[in-house]
Design a binder for this molecule. Sequence first.
Ligand code: SF4
Ligand code: SF4
Length: 375
Amino acid sequence: MAIDEAKLTDREKELANQFTATKDLLRKVDKQVAMVMDLNKCVGCQLCSMACKTLWTNVEGREYMWWNKVNTMPGKGSPKDWERMGGGYKVLFGGKVRDPLRGKLPTKKEFGDMWKYNWDEVANSKAGTVHLQAKNEDGTIPDWGMNWDEDQGGGEYPNAFYFYLPRICNHCAYPACLDDCPRNAIIKREEDGAVVIDQDRCKGYRFCLEACPYKVIYFNFIKRVSQKCIFCYPRLEQGVPNACARQCTGRVRFVGLRDDPKSLIYKLVKVWKVALPLHPEYGTEPNVFYVPPLAPPRLDAKGNPDPSKPRIPAQYLRFLFGPEVDSALETLSKEMEKVRQGGKSELMEILVAREWKKMFEPFITDPATLERKSA
Ligand code: SF4
Ligand code: SF4
Protein backbone atom coordinates (compact mmCIF):
# COMPACT_ATOMS: atom_id res chain seq x y z
CA MET A 1 0.00 0.00 0.00
CA ALA A 2 1.23 3.51 -0.84
CA ILE A 3 1.77 5.75 2.20
CA ASP A 4 -0.41 8.87 2.28
CA GLU A 5 2.33 11.47 2.87
CA ALA A 6 -0.19 14.18 3.83
CA LYS A 7 -1.10 12.19 6.97
CA LEU A 8 2.46 11.76 8.23
CA THR A 9 3.86 13.81 11.12
CA ASP A 10 7.16 15.68 10.58
CA ARG A 11 8.97 13.03 12.64
CA GLU A 12 7.43 10.23 10.58
CA LYS A 13 8.47 12.04 7.36
CA GLU A 14 12.04 12.39 8.67
CA LEU A 15 12.16 8.68 9.54
CA ALA A 16 10.68 7.74 6.15
CA ASN A 17 13.36 9.82 4.39
CA GLN A 18 16.11 8.21 6.46
CA PHE A 19 14.68 4.78 5.63
CA THR A 20 14.63 5.55 1.88
CA ALA A 21 18.19 6.92 2.02
CA THR A 22 19.39 3.75 3.80
CA LYS A 23 17.71 1.48 1.28
CA ASP A 24 19.20 3.53 -1.60
CA LEU A 25 22.62 3.00 -0.05
CA LEU A 26 22.08 -0.76 0.36
CA ARG A 27 21.10 -0.97 -3.34
CA LYS A 28 24.06 1.04 -4.64
CA VAL A 29 26.55 -0.86 -6.82
CA ASP A 30 29.79 -0.13 -8.65
CA LYS A 31 29.39 -3.05 -11.06
CA GLN A 32 26.53 -5.39 -11.82
CA VAL A 33 27.02 -9.04 -12.70
CA ALA A 34 24.32 -10.65 -14.81
CA MET A 35 23.36 -13.94 -16.40
CA VAL A 36 21.69 -14.77 -19.72
CA MET A 37 20.10 -18.21 -20.20
CA ASP A 38 19.30 -19.40 -23.72
CA LEU A 39 16.09 -21.42 -23.33
CA ASN A 40 16.54 -22.90 -26.81
CA LYS A 41 19.43 -24.96 -25.51
CA CYS A 42 18.22 -26.10 -22.08
CA VAL A 43 17.58 -29.86 -22.01
CA GLY A 44 16.24 -29.98 -18.45
CA CYS A 45 19.04 -32.25 -17.20
CA GLN A 46 19.18 -30.46 -13.79
CA LEU A 47 22.97 -30.64 -13.76
CA CYS A 48 22.94 -26.97 -12.82
CA SER A 49 20.63 -27.77 -9.89
CA MET A 50 22.95 -30.57 -8.75
CA ALA A 51 26.06 -28.37 -9.09
CA CYS A 52 24.40 -25.79 -6.83
CA LYS A 53 23.06 -28.39 -4.38
CA THR A 54 26.48 -30.01 -4.00
CA LEU A 55 28.19 -26.69 -3.46
CA TRP A 56 25.74 -24.68 -1.35
CA THR A 57 22.60 -26.45 -0.12
CA ASN A 58 23.80 -29.86 0.95
CA VAL A 59 24.00 -28.80 4.61
CA GLU A 60 21.79 -28.67 7.70
CA GLY A 61 18.48 -26.90 7.18
CA ARG A 62 19.13 -26.34 3.49
CA GLU A 63 18.30 -29.86 2.30
CA TYR A 64 14.90 -28.83 0.89
CA MET A 65 16.32 -25.76 -0.86
CA TRP A 66 17.00 -25.49 -4.59
CA TRP A 67 18.76 -22.16 -5.06
CA ASN A 68 18.92 -23.24 -8.70
CA LYS A 69 15.96 -25.16 -10.09
CA VAL A 70 14.68 -26.00 -13.53
CA ASN A 71 10.89 -25.91 -13.95
CA THR A 72 8.93 -27.33 -16.88
CA MET A 73 6.79 -24.70 -18.59
CA PRO A 74 3.93 -24.18 -18.80
CA GLY A 75 3.65 -25.49 -15.27
CA LYS A 76 3.05 -24.46 -11.69
CA GLY A 77 6.77 -24.39 -10.87
CA SER A 78 8.14 -24.27 -7.37
CA PRO A 79 6.97 -23.11 -4.98
CA LYS A 80 3.71 -24.39 -6.44
CA ASP A 81 1.89 -21.57 -8.28
CA TRP A 82 4.57 -19.03 -7.40
CA GLU A 83 3.40 -16.71 -10.16
CA ARG A 84 0.14 -16.20 -8.23
CA MET A 85 1.77 -15.48 -4.87
CA GLY A 86 2.39 -11.77 -5.38
CA GLY A 87 5.17 -9.47 -4.19
CA GLY A 88 7.36 -7.05 -6.15
CA TYR A 89 6.19 -3.53 -6.96
CA LYS A 90 3.60 -1.59 -8.82
CA VAL A 91 5.82 0.74 -10.88
CA LEU A 92 4.42 4.26 -11.22
CA PHE A 93 5.49 7.44 -13.02
CA GLY A 94 8.03 5.75 -15.31
CA GLY A 95 9.88 4.05 -12.46
CA LYS A 96 10.06 7.13 -10.14
CA VAL A 97 7.79 5.44 -7.59
CA ARG A 98 7.77 1.76 -6.69
CA ASP A 99 4.78 0.84 -4.59
CA PRO A 100 5.57 -2.45 -2.78
CA LEU A 101 3.03 -5.24 -3.16
CA ARG A 102 2.94 -7.61 -0.20
CA GLY A 103 2.79 -11.25 -1.34
CA LYS A 104 2.10 -14.64 0.18
CA LEU A 105 4.54 -16.56 2.36
CA PRO A 106 5.28 -19.87 0.57
CA THR A 107 5.22 -22.99 2.71
CA LYS A 108 7.91 -25.67 2.83
CA LYS A 109 5.50 -28.15 1.19
CA GLU A 110 4.79 -25.72 -1.64
CA PHE A 111 8.54 -25.62 -2.29
CA GLY A 112 8.46 -29.43 -2.51
CA ASP A 113 9.69 -30.29 1.01
CA MET A 114 12.65 -32.57 1.62
CA TRP A 115 11.99 -36.07 0.43
CA LYS A 116 13.32 -39.10 2.26
CA TYR A 117 13.38 -42.57 0.69
CA ASN A 118 12.97 -46.03 2.25
CA TRP A 119 16.31 -47.24 0.83
CA ASP A 120 16.95 -49.54 3.79
CA GLU A 121 13.57 -51.29 3.54
CA VAL A 122 13.96 -51.76 -0.23
CA ALA A 123 17.43 -53.25 0.15
CA ASN A 124 16.97 -55.37 3.28
CA SER A 125 13.27 -56.32 3.64
CA LYS A 126 12.73 -59.99 4.42
CA ALA A 127 8.96 -59.68 3.92
CA GLY A 128 8.95 -59.66 0.12
CA THR A 129 9.36 -56.85 -2.37
CA VAL A 130 9.20 -53.34 -0.96
CA HIS A 131 8.81 -50.52 -3.49
CA LEU A 132 10.76 -47.31 -3.30
CA GLN A 133 8.61 -44.59 -1.73
CA ALA A 134 9.43 -40.93 -1.18
CA LYS A 135 8.09 -39.28 1.97
CA ASN A 136 8.02 -35.70 3.20
CA GLU A 137 9.88 -34.84 6.38
CA ASP A 138 6.65 -35.31 8.42
CA GLY A 139 6.05 -38.78 6.93
CA THR A 140 3.29 -37.74 4.49
CA ILE A 141 3.38 -38.75 0.82
CA PRO A 142 4.66 -35.86 -1.35
CA ASP A 143 2.18 -34.07 -3.59
CA TRP A 144 4.67 -31.53 -4.92
CA GLY A 145 8.33 -31.28 -5.80
CA MET A 146 10.96 -29.03 -7.37
CA ASN A 147 9.92 -30.04 -10.93
CA TRP A 148 6.74 -32.01 -10.13
CA ASP A 149 5.10 -31.22 -13.48
CA GLU A 150 8.17 -32.41 -15.37
CA ASP A 151 7.66 -32.62 -19.15
CA GLN A 152 3.86 -32.21 -18.81
CA GLY A 153 3.69 -28.93 -20.71
CA GLY A 154 0.66 -27.54 -22.52
CA GLY A 155 -1.29 -27.77 -25.78
CA GLU A 156 -2.97 -30.77 -27.37
CA TYR A 157 -1.47 -33.48 -29.56
CA PRO A 158 -0.13 -32.97 -32.23
CA ASN A 159 0.59 -29.44 -31.03
CA ALA A 160 1.69 -30.19 -27.49
CA PHE A 161 4.72 -28.24 -26.26
CA TYR A 162 6.93 -27.63 -23.28
CA PHE A 163 10.25 -26.01 -22.48
CA TYR A 164 12.48 -25.69 -19.46
CA LEU A 165 12.92 -22.59 -17.34
CA PRO A 166 16.00 -22.61 -15.09
CA ARG A 167 15.53 -20.21 -12.17
CA ILE A 168 17.86 -18.60 -9.63
CA CYS A 169 17.62 -15.36 -7.66
CA ASN A 170 17.56 -12.53 -10.21
CA HIS A 171 19.88 -10.26 -8.19
CA CYS A 172 17.48 -7.48 -9.07
CA ALA A 173 18.40 -3.80 -9.44
CA TYR A 174 15.38 -3.05 -7.18
CA PRO A 175 15.22 -6.09 -4.90
CA ALA A 176 11.80 -6.11 -3.24
CA CYS A 177 13.35 -8.43 -0.63
CA LEU A 178 15.88 -5.74 0.33
CA ASP A 179 13.21 -3.06 0.60
CA ASP A 180 11.01 -5.13 2.88
CA CYS A 181 13.68 -6.24 5.37
CA PRO A 182 13.19 -4.29 8.62
CA ARG A 183 16.67 -5.34 9.82
CA ASN A 184 18.52 -4.03 6.73
CA ALA A 185 20.01 -7.51 6.53
CA ILE A 186 19.73 -7.69 2.73
CA ILE A 187 22.21 -5.77 0.61
CA LYS A 188 23.52 -5.60 -2.92
CA ARG A 189 27.29 -6.12 -2.85
CA GLU A 190 28.89 -2.93 -4.14
CA GLU A 191 31.62 -4.80 -6.03
CA ASP A 192 29.35 -7.03 -8.13
CA GLY A 193 25.69 -6.29 -7.36
CA ALA A 194 24.95 -9.78 -5.99
CA VAL A 195 22.03 -9.63 -3.52
CA VAL A 196 23.01 -11.31 -0.25
CA ILE A 197 21.47 -11.81 3.19
CA ASP A 198 23.62 -11.01 6.21
CA GLN A 199 23.12 -14.17 8.26
CA ASP A 200 23.99 -12.41 11.54
CA ARG A 201 21.55 -9.54 11.03
CA CYS A 202 18.66 -11.72 9.79
CA LYS A 203 16.13 -12.47 12.55
CA GLY A 204 13.95 -14.77 10.46
CA TYR A 205 10.92 -12.47 10.08
CA ARG A 206 10.47 -13.74 6.48
CA PHE A 207 9.10 -10.48 5.06
CA CYS A 208 11.62 -11.00 2.24
CA LEU A 209 9.93 -14.28 1.28
CA GLU A 210 6.64 -12.43 0.98
CA ALA A 211 8.16 -9.50 -0.91
CA CYS A 212 10.15 -11.44 -3.52
CA PRO A 213 7.76 -11.94 -6.46
CA TYR A 214 9.92 -14.77 -7.83
CA LYS A 215 9.72 -16.68 -4.52
CA VAL A 216 13.37 -17.73 -4.57
CA ILE A 217 14.14 -17.13 -0.90
CA TYR A 218 13.98 -20.11 1.47
CA PHE A 219 13.70 -20.21 5.24
CA ASN A 220 16.22 -22.34 7.10
CA PHE A 221 14.03 -23.86 9.80
CA ILE A 222 17.02 -25.03 11.82
CA LYS A 223 19.12 -21.85 11.77
CA ARG A 224 15.93 -19.65 11.77
CA VAL A 225 17.24 -17.36 8.99
CA SER A 226 16.37 -16.68 5.34
CA GLN A 227 18.76 -18.02 2.71
CA LYS A 228 19.05 -17.88 -1.08
CA CYS A 229 21.28 -17.98 -4.17
CA ILE A 230 24.39 -15.83 -3.68
CA PHE A 231 25.35 -15.80 -7.39
CA CYS A 232 28.42 -17.82 -6.35
CA TYR A 233 30.16 -14.59 -5.33
CA PRO A 234 33.05 -16.42 -3.59
CA ARG A 235 33.79 -18.03 -6.99
CA LEU A 236 33.45 -14.72 -8.85
CA GLU A 237 35.96 -13.18 -6.44
CA GLN A 238 38.49 -15.72 -7.75
CA GLY A 239 37.53 -15.12 -11.37
CA VAL A 240 35.59 -18.40 -11.56
CA PRO A 241 32.07 -18.42 -13.08
CA ASN A 242 28.99 -19.62 -11.18
CA ALA A 243 28.84 -23.40 -10.65
CA CYS A 244 25.45 -23.70 -12.42
CA ALA A 245 26.85 -21.94 -15.49
CA ARG A 246 30.20 -23.75 -15.61
CA GLN A 247 28.57 -27.18 -15.19
CA CYS A 248 25.74 -26.59 -17.68
CA THR A 249 25.53 -29.40 -20.21
CA GLY A 250 23.89 -27.27 -22.88
CA ARG A 251 26.11 -24.15 -22.68
CA VAL A 252 22.88 -22.35 -21.90
CA ARG A 253 24.28 -19.75 -19.49
CA PHE A 254 26.34 -16.63 -20.13
CA VAL A 255 27.82 -14.72 -17.19
CA GLY A 256 29.39 -11.27 -17.25
CA LEU A 257 29.10 -7.60 -16.44
CA ARG A 258 25.77 -6.17 -17.52
CA ASP A 259 27.03 -2.72 -18.52
CA ASP A 260 30.34 -3.62 -20.17
CA PRO A 261 29.87 -3.10 -23.94
CA LYS A 262 32.48 -5.84 -24.57
CA SER A 263 30.55 -8.50 -22.65
CA LEU A 264 28.30 -10.98 -24.46
CA ILE A 265 25.62 -10.22 -21.86
CA TYR A 266 25.59 -6.60 -23.05
CA LYS A 267 25.38 -7.73 -26.67
CA LEU A 268 22.49 -10.11 -26.02
CA VAL A 269 20.53 -7.75 -23.74
CA LYS A 270 21.27 -4.28 -25.05
CA VAL A 271 22.53 -4.64 -28.64
CA TRP A 272 20.59 -7.58 -30.08
CA LYS A 273 17.77 -7.23 -27.51
CA VAL A 274 17.04 -10.97 -27.57
CA ALA A 275 17.57 -11.59 -23.84
CA LEU A 276 14.66 -10.51 -21.64
CA PRO A 277 13.84 -10.49 -17.92
CA LEU A 278 11.23 -12.91 -16.59
CA HIS A 279 8.00 -11.13 -15.63
CA PRO A 280 9.29 -7.57 -16.08
CA GLU A 281 5.94 -6.31 -14.74
CA TYR A 282 7.01 -7.35 -11.23
CA GLY A 283 9.06 -4.13 -11.24
CA THR A 284 12.28 -5.42 -9.64
CA GLU A 285 14.49 -5.10 -12.76
CA PRO A 286 16.10 -8.55 -12.76
CA ASN A 287 19.72 -9.13 -13.75
CA VAL A 288 18.98 -12.62 -15.04
CA PHE A 289 17.74 -12.60 -18.63
CA TYR A 290 16.32 -15.27 -20.94
CA VAL A 291 16.57 -15.86 -24.68
CA PRO A 292 12.96 -16.98 -25.32
CA PRO A 293 12.24 -20.39 -26.86
CA LEU A 294 11.51 -20.75 -30.56
CA ALA A 295 9.36 -23.75 -31.44
CA PRO A 296 8.33 -25.52 -34.63
CA PRO A 297 5.13 -24.23 -36.30
CA ARG A 298 1.72 -25.66 -35.43
CA LEU A 299 0.45 -28.55 -37.50
CA ASP A 300 -2.91 -28.11 -39.23
CA ALA A 301 -5.72 -30.72 -39.24
CA LYS A 302 -3.97 -32.62 -42.04
CA GLY A 303 -0.68 -32.66 -40.18
CA ASN A 304 0.99 -30.03 -42.39
CA PRO A 305 3.07 -27.30 -40.72
CA ASP A 306 1.50 -23.84 -40.73
CA PRO A 307 4.43 -21.38 -40.42
CA SER A 308 2.08 -18.50 -39.60
CA LYS A 309 1.14 -20.10 -36.25
CA PRO A 310 3.76 -20.71 -33.55
CA ARG A 311 3.57 -23.94 -31.51
CA ILE A 312 4.15 -22.02 -28.26
CA PRO A 313 1.31 -19.46 -28.06
CA ALA A 314 2.66 -15.89 -28.38
CA GLN A 315 0.30 -14.84 -25.59
CA TYR A 316 1.94 -17.26 -23.15
CA LEU A 317 5.45 -16.01 -23.99
CA ARG A 318 4.23 -12.39 -23.59
CA PHE A 319 2.87 -13.37 -20.16
CA LEU A 320 6.34 -14.63 -19.18
CA PHE A 321 8.66 -12.11 -20.84
CA GLY A 322 6.51 -9.07 -21.65
CA PRO A 323 5.67 -7.54 -25.05
CA GLU A 324 9.34 -7.31 -26.13
CA VAL A 325 9.29 -11.05 -26.72
CA ASP A 326 7.70 -10.61 -30.18
CA SER A 327 10.61 -8.64 -31.62
CA ALA A 328 13.16 -10.87 -29.83
CA LEU A 329 11.68 -13.97 -31.50
CA GLU A 330 11.57 -12.19 -34.86
CA THR A 331 15.27 -11.28 -34.58
CA LEU A 332 16.17 -14.85 -33.60
CA SER A 333 14.21 -16.33 -36.52
CA LYS A 334 15.71 -13.88 -39.04
CA GLU A 335 19.28 -14.49 -37.92
CA MET A 336 18.76 -18.25 -37.90
CA GLU A 337 17.38 -18.13 -41.43
CA LYS A 338 20.38 -16.03 -42.53
CA VAL A 339 22.72 -18.80 -41.39
CA ARG A 340 20.53 -21.48 -43.01
CA GLN A 341 20.94 -19.62 -46.31
CA GLY A 342 24.72 -19.81 -45.93
CA GLY A 343 25.20 -16.32 -44.46
CA LYS A 344 26.94 -15.25 -41.24
CA SER A 345 25.33 -13.96 -38.06
CA GLU A 346 27.13 -12.50 -35.05
CA LEU A 347 24.09 -13.32 -32.91
CA MET A 348 24.00 -17.00 -33.88
CA GLU A 349 27.75 -17.26 -33.41
CA ILE A 350 27.37 -15.91 -29.85
CA LEU A 351 24.46 -18.26 -29.03
CA VAL A 352 26.18 -21.37 -30.40
CA ALA A 353 28.89 -20.69 -27.77
CA ARG A 354 31.80 -22.64 -29.23
CA GLU A 355 34.28 -21.61 -26.50
CA TRP A 356 33.22 -21.69 -22.86
CA LYS A 357 35.65 -18.95 -21.85
CA LYS A 358 33.96 -16.44 -24.14
CA MET A 359 30.66 -17.11 -22.36
CA PHE A 360 31.96 -15.98 -18.99
CA GLU A 361 34.32 -13.02 -19.61
CA PRO A 362 35.85 -11.79 -17.30
CA PHE A 363 35.25 -14.85 -15.04
CA ILE A 364 37.31 -17.30 -17.05
CA THR A 365 39.47 -19.01 -14.44
CA ASP A 366 39.12 -22.78 -14.54
CA PRO A 367 38.27 -23.96 -10.97
CA ALA A 368 40.35 -27.09 -11.58
CA THR A 369 43.43 -24.88 -11.92
CA LEU A 370 42.65 -23.20 -8.62
CA GLU A 371 42.27 -26.51 -6.80
CA ARG A 372 45.63 -27.70 -8.13
CA LYS A 373 47.31 -24.48 -7.01
CA SER A 374 45.95 -24.67 -3.47
CA ALA A 375 46.70 -28.41 -3.07
S1 SF4 B 1 14.70 -12.31 -7.23
FE1 SF4 B 1 13.67 -12.00 -5.28
S2 SF4 B 1 15.24 -12.57 -3.75
FE2 SF4 B 1 16.30 -12.22 -5.68
S3 SF4 B 1 16.92 -10.05 -5.58
FE3 SF4 B 1 14.97 -10.14 -6.72
S4 SF4 B 1 13.44 -9.76 -5.13
FE4 SF4 B 1 15.32 -10.33 -4.04
S1 SF4 C 1 22.53 -27.77 -16.75
FE1 SF4 C 1 22.04 -26.39 -18.45
S2 SF4 C 1 20.94 -27.71 -19.91
FE2 SF4 C 1 20.91 -28.80 -17.93
S3 SF4 C 1 18.99 -28.09 -16.95
FE3 SF4 C 1 20.59 -26.70 -16.25
S4 SF4 C 1 20.49 -24.93 -17.66
FE4 SF4 C 1 19.38 -26.65 -18.63
